[in-house]
Ligand binder design. Structure first.
Ligand code: GYE
Length: 330
C-alpha cells in the first residue's frame, strides 16, 4: 500500500491519484497486480492550441476510462521524450503512448520498450522506422492529405488568390517543427497539388515551429524582403495567427491583401476564419483521447488492434466556420 501510494503520487493529476489509491488492495503492492491500466504518455509540449486540446482530450479520456495516466511534457525536445519513455519503462507501466516530436531517431528506445514487454502506441505523429514491430498501432491524421486539401483549395481559387493581378501567385510557407511528420507531409502534399498550376509558386519557406510567435517573426522577415506576397500557407493555425499580426503591423489587411490558408481548425483559428482574416482551414482533429484509451485497453488485454487508425476530418471555408463555431468543442 505504501509503495502503491508512492507510485500514485508521481502521477500528475489528482484524479489519477484517487483512482489508483482506490484501486489498490492491501495485498496488491505494485501497479500490475490490480486491474488499473497504467499508461505513460510522453507529450510533445504545449506549442499550440491544437496541442492544448489534445492534452486535455487525453487526460479527460484516461480519467473516463479509469486508466491511470503518467503524463510528461517534453517541451518540444526529443531527448526529453526519450528520457520520459525510459522512465516509463523503469516504472513498468502497462502501456506507453507518445506523439513523436520528430520522425527519426526512435529505434533504440522503442527496442528497449519492446524488450521490456511494454506495448507502445503512436498517437498524432508517426515515426520513420523500417521496424513496424516496435509499436502496436498508429492513431492520427493523414498529414499528406491535409497538405493536398490546402493545395487544392488554392488551385481552385487561384483567380482570387492573385491579389495583385500580375498572373503569378506568390506563396510563402510557414513550416511546422523541422523534422516533424506534419511539417514534412503538409509541405509535400501541398507542393504536389500546386505543381498542377505553374502560376502558383512557393517563393519562401521557413519554420515557425508551430508557434504563434514563430509564425509572427518569420512573417515579419518575409514581409520585409518581399512586397509581392499573395498567399500564406501556414502548417497550423497558431503560425497563421502570428502571420496575421505581422501582416496588420505592415499596414496590410489579412485575408484580403494577403490570403491565408492554415491547418488545424482550433477555436482561435476558426474565429479568425469567421472574421475573414483567414481564408481556408483544413481540419486536423486533436480529440484523439477516447480512441487512444480504447486501443490501450485492447493492447493490454492482448487483443488485436489495427496498425493504422485514421482520424476523420473536414475543411472549412469562412461561411462554414461561422456556422460551426458555436458548437465547436475546442
Ligand atoms: O497541427 C500543430 C501541433 O502534430 C498534428 O502539432 C499535430 C500538430 C498540429 O503543434 O498545431
Amino acid at each position: 500500500m505504501i509503495k502503491k501510494t508512492l507510485i500514485a503520487a508521481s502521477a500528475i493529476s489528482l484524479s489519477a491519484f484517487a483512482l489508483t489509491a482506490c484501486g489498490a488492495g492491501a495485498d496488491s503492492p505494485d501497479s500490475d497486480s490490480d486491474d488499473t491500466i497504467v499508461m505513460g504518455f510522453a507529450q510533445v509540449g504545449a506549442e499550440s492550441g491544437w496541442r492544448t486540446a489534445n492534452t486535455k482530450s487525453i487526460q479527460e479520456s484516461a480519467e473516463d476510462a479509469g486508466i491511470e495516466l503518467k503524463f510528461t511534457d517534453a517541451q518540444g525536445k526529443q531527448e526529453n521524450q526519450i528520457q520520459a519513455i525510459r522512465s516509463y519503462i523503469q516504472q513498468k507501466v502497462d502501456v506507453i503512448a507518445f506523439s513523436p516530436v520528430v520522425e527519426t531517431g526512435w529505434d533504440a528506445v522503442l527496442q528497449e520498450a519492446k524488450s521490456a514487454g511494454i506495448p507502445v502506441i503512436l498517437t498524432d505523429r508517426a515515426v520513420d522506422s523500417d521496424d513496424t514491430s516496435l509499436y502496436e498501432s498508429f492513431l492520427g491524421s493523414d498529414f499528406v492529405v491535409e497538405g493536398e486539401k490546402a493545395g487544392q483549395w488554392l488551385v481552385d481559387n487561384a483567380g482570387d488568390a492573385d491579389v495583385d493581378g500580375d498572373g503569378t501567385i506568390n506563396v510563402v510557407q510557414l513550416e511546422g517543427t523541422t523534422g516533424a511528420a506534419p511539417a514534412i507531409d503538409r509541405a509535400d502534399g501541398f507542393a504536389d497539388v500546386i505543381s498542377a498550376d505553374p502560376s502558383i509558386k512557393v517563393t519562401a519557406s521557413q519554420t515557425g515551429d508551430f508557434t504563434r510567435d514563430g509564425g509572427k517573426k518569420v512573417m515579419e522577415s518575409f514581409l520585409q524582403s518581399d512586397d509581392t506576397i499573395d498567399v500564406v500557407y501556414a502548417h497550423n493555425d497558431d503560425m497563421g495567427l502570428g502571420a496575421i499580426e505581422a501582416i496588420k503591423a505592415a499596414g496590410l489587411t489579412p485575408g484580403k491583401d494577403i490570403m491565408i490558408i492554415t491547418v488545424d481548425a482550433v477555436h482561435d483559428g476558426m474565429q479568425a476564419l469567421a472574421d475573414g482574416e483567414i481564408n481556408y482551414i483544413v481540419e486536423c482533429s486533436p480529440l484523439l483521447g477516447p480512441q487512444l484509451m480504447e486501443i490501450a485497453q485492447k493492447v493490454v488485454a492482448g487483443e488485436e488492434v489495427e496498425e493504422r487508425i485514421l482520424t476523420e476530418e473536414t475543411t472549412f471555408t469562412q461561411a462554414e466556420a461561422k456556422e460551426a463555431l458555436p458548437d465547436r468543442q475546442y
